[in-house]
Design a protein. Sequence first.
Length: 455
Amino acid sequence: MQSLTPGRLTRDELLGRIESGAIDTVILAMTDMQGRLQGKRLDATYFADEIGDAPVEGCSYLLASDVDMRTVDGFALTSWDRGYGDLAFKSDFSTIRMVPWHEKTAIIFADVETVVGEPVAPSPRQILQQQVSRLAERGWSGLTGTELEFIVFNDTYEQAWTAGYRNLTPANQYNVDYSLMGTSRVEPLLGRIRRSMSGAGMVVESVKGECNFGQHEIAFKYHTLVDKCDEHGLFKLGAKEIAAQEGCSLTFMAKFDEREGNSCHIHLSLRDDDNKPVFAGDGPHGFSEVFEHFLAGQLAYSRELSLFLAPNINSYKRFVAGSFAPTALLWGIDNRTCAFRVVGHGSSIRVECRIPGGDVNQYLAVSALVAAGLRGVEESLPLAPAFAGNAYVADAPRVPTNLREAVALFDASRVARDAFGDEVVDHYVHAGHVEVDTYAAAVTDWERCRGFERL
């Protein structure tokens, strides 16, 4: 069987290219708690001849560590007492893609199991698969697009590290939002990223400059939920790797400096078994009754699920009035000041969640949006009128202001525990506590600057 999408391979095509020598490296990748791709590079012939359907094993701390890969105590999944044994990475052969920015390389996404073949609940990909199954029970499937912003610097990653990430040189010295001249300065890098992602089977729509210095966005066509989140992870990895190859660097962190942060606006819609749009209907604004309840659920429950939408300390520094990052949990028709912006018409009508930043774990964020929407449908929640005007000054519930608050809300959330299970909630709550405690113990440049001499 031949793949219908250039850059994507069937299993037979992969084996054929391995046999011909066109592919000599297979990356087997799982997704960790931070949304990063982790795994192994395998000799392609060894993979074809020796592994086949068998899983590849890797240390369980990949789902029980912080961003620095520290072995953190307190997780039920694994610990020093349990010996940090292996998990099994089982190839999902429907996900094979070429990796054009590395020679003769393909990638396969893996699901995480125990070594005896049991699913591992805290695995982000499995959490999303569970929500996909919940949609399927109603005869629905989801489509999503994740719009990632990033800031490009002329410094290499090594130079940035040595400089303590201070005094870096952005690729643009002024606001290049929609600027063709400004984006042309970075087109050699952006063009290579676009062409590389096309070669990996992604459908590139456009590239544009953004507001912060050196900030840009590459947009891709929507896809089914798990497949799009796989693409999201590969794009982030590939963009960083290509930048490094080009002698520069880029960051997806939510808030690099006091200017505009990096967003990850998530578009979401549903289709039924006949591929007809579930959100389109005869109600006000062309909404269906299902869409009204679904959107009402997202408004009602995104606050308590915000740990999955804004997972890091830095995530909450992005929520600044007048910054195009939302603070009020309101919805509006094409209103960029609201947390939820409804766009499209007729069959293309969809909701854009503007809460996540570029640091988000894409599987967890989409899972949260689906879980909140389904809860709204289950409870037949009424939808408040669309907000018109400046949501930053509105009297409305707000996005949590810090990670500690988000962790507490998630821990107490009946919606989260019903949708994801206690094992998942407790796992990510503990991860949140670790991050909060680590930050509380850190002494920052801001403190030194204010206190070294003057206090």
